[in-house]
Write a protein that binds this ligand. Structure first.
Ligand SMILES: [Zn+2]
Length: 305
């Protein structure tokens, strides 16, 4: 049993190290990897967040467009998958590794986001803890506003009909204050973006409305409110089961309860961060000490208000 756990940890660590080592080379070559989920639904990996490509009867919907320079590689890959035109982009949230490719698509392509995400994209302010790579000119301003959202929704919106239907949901603050859940009901699949990026500490981007107090509840509301989904396309990791989102909600609620206790005990952010370990029920989750420390700071700030 112990041997199995050690092996799992080694494999997880090895995969992550290999992925990080590959990143610069993959960026130069801009290799888009395709994972086919259904006959008309694909996940494109590389160059930032996971991109979903949904081929409808009349055109192609792209969910998230990766880091700068990866819009064209996405378009090239879509051409290999279908001869239908790309009609629509949906961005799950504002982050540069999910929206920057927008500016490379034809100006006629519709762009749909949650309304707070539009406001965030108009600013493109630095991401908490990622300031070094996210401080600089707004890529949309640089491109004359191309790629900015044309349509927004508040809590819920449906695009298209029948087998082409897409349901968009917003359940509250989490990773940012504009995290959309993008559901393909005919396929029983959803793209959750970075509110469920991976099994590990989330990036709580307080600079863009993210909340450590709300994220667990928001995920619970999504789990309760979205029906008929079996598989989740995560922001940056592999496809997971719908039940994994319930577990991830609990993980975040447990973190909040723990951080609240640490704060009440008078622990500094640093002292609390030094104590934190991934709780036993979440075996296999990848620890991230820097992110954990940042998240404790975010929760403390919210609880002080
Ligand atoms: Zn993000």
């Amino acid at each position: 049993m112990i041997r199995a756990i050690v092996l799992t940890t080694l494999v997880a660590g090895g995969t992550l190290a290999a992925f990080e080592a590959q990143q610069p080379a993959a960026q130069d070559a801009k290799v888009v990897e395709v994972e086919k989920l259904k006959d008309n639904l694909f996940v494109l990996k590389g160059g930032g967040g996971n991109t979903a490509v949904f081929v409808t009867t009349t055109g192609v919907v792209v969910v998230d467009t990766k880091i700068p320079g990866w819009g064209q590689p996405i378009m090239d890959k879509v051409k290999e998958l279908t001869n239908k035109p790309i009609t629509t982009i949906i961005n799950t949230h504002t982050h540069y590794d999910h929206v920057s490719g927008n500016v490379e698509f034809p100006a006629t392509v519709d762009v749909v986001v949650q309304e707070n995400t539009r406001a965030n994209m108009e600013r493109m302010g630095p991401v908490l803890g990622r300031e070094s790579v996210t401080t600089g000119p707004n890529i949309f301003t640089q491109n004359g506003g191309r790629g900015l959202p044309k349509h927004t929704f508040t809590d819920r919106m449906t695009l298209f009909k029948g087998a082409d239907q897409i349901d968009l949901y917003y359940f509250g603050r989490g990773h940012t204050n504009g995290d959309a859940f993008v559901v393909f009901p005919a396929l029983r699949v959803m793209h959750a973006g970075d509110i469920f990026a991976r099994k590990g500490p989330p990036l709580l981007d307080a600079n863009n409305g993210g909340s450590g107090v709300a994220i667990g509840d928001t995920l619970a509301k999504a789990y309760a409110g979205i029906k008929g989904v079996d598989k989740i396309i995560t922001g940056h990791a592999d496809v997971m089961g719908f039940q994994d989102m319930k577990e991830y909600s609990d993980f975040n609620k447990d973190f909040l309860a723990w951080a609240e206790k640490e704060m009440k005990a008078g622990k500094s952010v640093e002292a609390a961060a030094a104590e934190y370990t991934i709780p036993a029920p979440y075996k296999g989750y990848t620890p991230n000490a820097d992110q954990t420390k940042s998240n404790i700071g975010v929760v403390y700030n919210e609880l002080k208000k």
